[in-house]
Design a protein around this ligand. Structure first.
Ligand code: CMP
Length: 139
């Protein structure tokens, strides 16, 4: 059975551009419940650890630099089939390929500065949720 939880980050580009409210509204309208949320800034070590799975990719350095460049909003979202439904809501990693009306189609600038993150599996949703939030911050 598919899990009910996913982890999102509203990335530094979208926070800088003033899109926090519009993105959270779209998330709420799509039926997700916010069970944890904070405005925070990743340190170099945080971003390297969060994206460790990509450490061999050519874009890893750029990704870490971008993700530490300003504040982000981290949130745990809950809904039936959360991971898959949220990935549909945000659209393809590359905004040029993201379906019309998706969060990345609306707000992302490029494949790197792509406005939002969404977990890619139920297992990673748990790991990423616990990366950002202590148990007492999850409701
Ligand atoms: P995200 O869903 O946060 O997970 C990994 C991130 O790596 C992805 O979003 C993109 O922002 C980034 N990424 C993936 N491919 C590239 C690329 N070719 N160049 C720069 N960044 C990339």
């Amino acid at each position: 059975m598919a899990g009910t939880k996913t982890l999102t980050m509203i990335k530094p580009d979208a926070v800088r551009d003033g899109h926090i409210g519009a993105i959270l509204n779209q998330i709420n309208e799509a039926g997700f419940r916010i069970s944890a949320m904070k405005l925070t800034q990743l340190s170099q070590a945080d971003a390297e650890a969060f994206y460790a799975v990509h450490s061999e990719r050519p874009f890893y350095g750029e990704l870490v630099e971008f993700m530490t460049s300003g504040p982000i909003v981290a949130a745990i979202l809950e809904k039936e089939n959360a991971v898959e439904d949220f990935r549909k809501l945000i659209g393809a990693t590359n905004p040029a390929e993201a379906a019309e009306g998706t969060i990345r189609a609306r707000f992302a600038k490029s494949i790197g500065e792509n406005a939002v993150h969404g977990s890619d599996s139920d297992e990673n949703a748990e790991i990423e949720g616990d990366f950002h939030f202590a148990g007492r911050e999850q409701f």
